[in-house]
Design a protein around this ligand. Structure first.
Ligand code: GAL
Length: 445
């Protein structure tokens, strides 16, 4: 499955692994028929769509305030570039629920034209492998896209020489957000980086003041799985991460168990209503000063922006404890459905979201950085600048909760194991469940 060992090749073609070199070569020799088919789609006028409909159905789980606003910015650019197409905004709240509904539609032969997906295992395993996606390789041969998108990222959406998505933005998964004023009030200062000791010291101080330190909204359990994922990276580091997902390190390794123990300890500082809140409601609780910290990918930044919170005044951020120097990639892309009801409008959508104009409009609102590397940095705020620097300089690792690093069965097993562990805090059982899941899901093959 996907090769992540070449993620350091974020700017060009250097350091490609043998596997990606092979897939690059295969791309050059891609069957002409497939290319011709895509080319024909690019050429087809919008007016020739099914039953003369000028429609586009876009499927995603972008329903929170920040997400919806950013998605809207993509629609605005699309409408400008391709006037007269009616956009059907098909959203379902919550990534897991949305993905379940999407699978039902795809299996039933009723695809939306395009849907949100993460690169790596999720895109290639869940959608490309069963034949739900149309390759869009040709898009990367026009408009300098081969230079605009980092090769390493394109490799994660490419299989057997065919590319199956367009990436619109890259989130950093391992961020710890905080309510600046609340911390100031409690005499807590966060520096450039944070250790677990510093984090727990702050938690204790807040607990003594009657404040739940760590806000979690895990009505979708993935939010707690993400907290564990970040804790894990904080202990095993980027190298350990790669070893875990390649099978070199076991999920029962003492280091993994150490991360599990820290994750268990954190449960003492959670907001009591965490299981009733969605991730964005927990971010709201932070803005309202009900909790101090939130460990969340930088889609949280989209919520702060939407609420007009001021960076470094109202809210602040730091790499999640122990993860300074690493960047968990949570990249968002869109596909073109095989058998899309409106293929030309779908392809035009991908062309549009890959344009500089879209990426500069969308990402400042979403919290992510553009997937393109040729954007105007001055259009981005301090958080984005920080994240761009991190992406350029830090060790890049694929997200597991986001479905990039492991197959769907492993993600599901992780979610289940996290649910159980939050109740019983049994480290050995947690480790055993993950060892078994890695074996059974083929995560490390
Ligand atoms: C992630 C997605 C982000 C954000 C988040 C919360 O999977 O990549 O863009 O939407 O879910 O909904």
């Amino acid at each position: 499955m996907p090769s992540f060992s070449n993620l350091d090749d974020r700017r060009g073609c250097k350091n490609l692994t043998i596997r990606s070199v092979q897939s690059t070569q295969r791309m050059c020799a891609a069957p002409l028929m497939a290319l011709a088919a895509v080319f024909a789609l690019v050429q087809a006028p919008l007016s020739s769509q099914a039953a003369g409909e000028k429609k586009l159905e876009v499927f995603s789980w972008w329903t929170s305030g920040g997400e919806a606003t950013a998605l809207d910015a993509l629609f605005t650019v699309y409408n400008k570039q391709y006037p007269g197409v009616e956009i059907v905004n098909a959203t379902i709240a919550g990534g897991d629920a949305a993905q379940r509904a999407l699978h039902t539609r795809l299996a039933g032969g009723n695809p939306p034209d395009t849907w949100q997906s993460h690169p790596g295992w999720e895109l290639l395993g869940d959608y490309v492998e069963p034949g739900y996606c149309q390759p869009v390789t040709d898009l990367y041969k026009s408009d300098d896209w081969d230079k605009a998108f980092p090769k390493a990222l394109v490799n994660l959406i490419t299989k057997d020489g065919n590319t199956y998505a367009v990436l619109v933005g890259i989130h950093r998964g391992n961020v710890l957000w905080y309510n600046k004023k609340l911390l100031d009030k409690n005499g807590i200062k966060v520096g450039e980086k944070m250790t677990f000791d510093e984090f727990f010291a702050a938690c204790e101080k807040l607990k003594a003041a009657g404040i739940p330190a760590l806000g979690v909204g895990d009505s979708g359990i993935w939010a707690s799985a993400l907290l564990f994922e970040n804790t894990l990276l904080g202990i095993v580091g980027a190298e350990g991460w790669t070893d875990l997902f390649s099978g070199k390190m076991q999920w029962s390794d003492p280091k993994v168990k150490e991360a599990m123990k820290l994750f268990a300890k954190m449960q003492d500082y959670l907001n009591p209503d965490h299981s009733t809140l969605s991730w964005d409601q927990a971010v709201k609780a932070l803005m309202e000063g009900k909790v101090a910290f939130n460990s969340m990918g930088d889609w949280a930044d989209g919520e702060f922006l939407k609420a007009q919170m001021k960076e470094k005044e109202d809210f602040g951020w730091v790499s999640y404890p122990g993860t300074d120097g690493s960047f968990i990639i949570v990249a968002d892309g869109f596909t073109l459905a095989k058998g899309a009801p409106h293929p030309e409008a779908g392809l035009a959508w991908l062309k549009s979201i890959g344009s500089k104009e879209s990426q500069e409009a969308f990402n400042p609102l979403k919290g992510s950085i553009p997937a393109r590397i040729d954007v105007d940095r001055s259009k981005f705020d301090a958080y984005h600048q920080w994240s761009m620097d991190s992406f350029a300089n830090d060790k890049l690792v694929p997200g597991c909760v986001a479905g990039e690093a492991a197959p769907a069965a492993f993600r599901q097993a992780l979610n289940d194991a996290v649910t159980t562990f939050m109740l019983d805090k049994n480290v050995d059982n947690f480790a055993k469940a993950l060892v078994q899941a890695a074996k059974e899901s083929g995560a490390t093959k």
